[in-house]
Design a protein around this ligand. Sequence first.
Ligand code: PDD
Length: 289
Amino acid sequence: MASRIAYVNGQYLPHSEAAVHVEDRGYQFADGVYEVIHVFNGDFIDADPHLARLERSLREMQLRQPMSMRALRAVLAEVVRRNRIHEGIVYLQITRGAWPRDFAFPPAHVPPSLVITARAIPRYREDVENLGERAISIPDIRWKRRDIKSVSLLPSVLGKQKAREAGCYEAIMIDDDGFITEGTSSNFWIVGQDGVLRTRHLSSDILAGCTRGSLMALMEGEGIKAIQEKFTLEDALAAREAFVTSATSFVKPIVAIDDKPVGNGKPGTITRTLHKLYTAHVKAHRRAA
Ligand code: PDD
């Protein structure tokens, strides 16, 4: 296998030697933002919404953009090229730079840190009927700005670990009023008992998933409607179908929650249709000549 290369603050380095300073604010305060973009056929899936969300996260955190978006796209493509990624993910992280530890921002001249890595992931699976996964529910103990894709992910780390220990793929988080927010690293959808497709509306309570957004645009083209409103764990447990979306999960059926089957315990009709729709979108990407 070809050796992995990481981009760190202007340099392309062997992955094993890539590092940031011990006083990097990402390391000390989780003072940074990130993006994960799926690469298929060497091309980025939904690059525009991912980079638009990155710009928004930076703005909301009052973090300086390390370079123009045009330059950033070129570096992302170069990291994918140097790692010879056909199918995989790129990870991009921007922090408020390295500076002697102090909670307040460092002086304006301190440059942000930019790290980009890439790795291959298993082939995109089209056999959605075999992709059903189980989930648990957990309380959502995160902060109140979940719309920012911050690297401060401890509640999600603890939640995902709890899911893994229960033999599950994802933990679905419940807010203080009993409504589902989202998965620890995915957006959550159900097809209710009434046959209606639902996912929580966008607000600072959830991350505006790029997969969620692009799936909705694809659905609009097909005349498939979804209601964007919040719903409870009870609604999900009584649902006909459930699934999560993310850059790494794509459209992933959830067939059991807290050990109770969702619907008949198999990926449902609407989930399968949406998986097919998203698959066509992914496969439409071709490596730029
Ligand atoms: N997670 N909600 C949360 C809390 C997430 O962390 C993610 C993505 C999503 C889905 O967003 P998108 O469709 O743009 O990937 C929703 C990424 C994959 C991660 O942290 O690895």
